[in-house]
Design a protein around this ligand. Structure first.
Ligand SMILES: [Zn+2]
Length: 253
């Protein structure tokens, strides 16, 4: 039995290893189908770099990106591959590791640490924003400051909040959260705009000097909301949480 740390550490060598594999022309092994092959057998690569060259090998036998090579320093033996398979794929039907029938099953793209169950930070902050916005808008409506955007934001906030609690990982929750955060952002921008206009025209009941910090604070809140929207929508950990592919980096032409 190998050291569990070895099994975890060896996994790091299964991605972004094009140079390591190609410069050596070594024996490679796949810890999904547990077959070994020469590095020259690899034809498909994923995880393109800026110049569009895939950096992670796909197994030529089963198509999964779970290839390690002997120059990673780890043993590319059947026993080791089986242990890695057990750890990373949680499947112990290693009686037929060389089985060709495995190769015929739909090739799944194996993503390291796929489906983390921890909520990303942006998701937690979004939950907080949903509650705060709903509370604020209900209060404003009760005070008689009734407007259609306020109602929409309140309904979206309630829906997004409960959806985040009970269907946290649904793609619909992601979409709903994104729309709600965008609405909240527009709402806060609108509110900040009104405050600035009121400030400039001296429409506040309080003296202008006491209102300035309030407006600066509101401006910071708007900036934070924009940042949160960005992290929730495009952030790698948030997208991974919803099993969405990361946003591709723009290629510098
Ligand atoms: Zn394979």
């Amino acid at each position: 039995m190998s050291d569990p740390f070895e099994i975890i550490a060896a996994h790091k060598f299964s991605s972004c290893h094009r140079n390591e594999i190609l410069t050596s022309g070594v024996v490679c092994g796949c810890f999904h189908c547990c077959q070994t092959f020469d590095s020259t057998a690899i034809v498909e690569w994923v995880d393109e770099d800026d110049s569009g060259v895939g950096q992670t090998a796909l197994c030529p036998r089963c198509g999964i990106d779970s290839v390690i090579s002997s120059c990673s320093g780890f043993p590319v033996t059947l026993d080791f591959l089986k242990e890695m398979r057990h750890y990373w794929f949680g499947d112990d039907s290693s009686d037929s590791p060389q089985g060709e029938q495995r190769a015929e099953t739909t090739p799944l793209r194996f993503v390291p640490n796929a489906s983390p169950s921890k909520r990303p930070a942006s998701h937690k902050w979004a939950l907080f924003v949903f509650i705060a916005v709903v509370a604020t808008n209900i209060r404003l409506n009760l005070m008689g400051q009734f407007d259609i955007l306020g109602i929409i934001v309140t309904i979206a906030g309630v829906a997004a909040f409960f959806s985040s609690l009970f269907f946290a990982r649904s793609p619909r929750t992601y979409t709903l959260g994104m729309i709600t955060l965008a609405l909240v952002f527009v709402r806060s921008l609108q509110s900040l705009w009104f405050d600035i206009v009121a400030y400039r025209n001296g429409l506040f009941h309080a003296p202008q000097s006491t209102m300035l910090p309030f407006i600066i604070f509101a401006g910071c809140a708007v900036a934070l909301l924009l940042w949160l929207f960005q992290a929730y929508t495009f952030g790698a950990s948030s997208r991974q949480y919803y099993d969405l592919p990361p946003i591709a980096k723009k290629r510098s032409a």
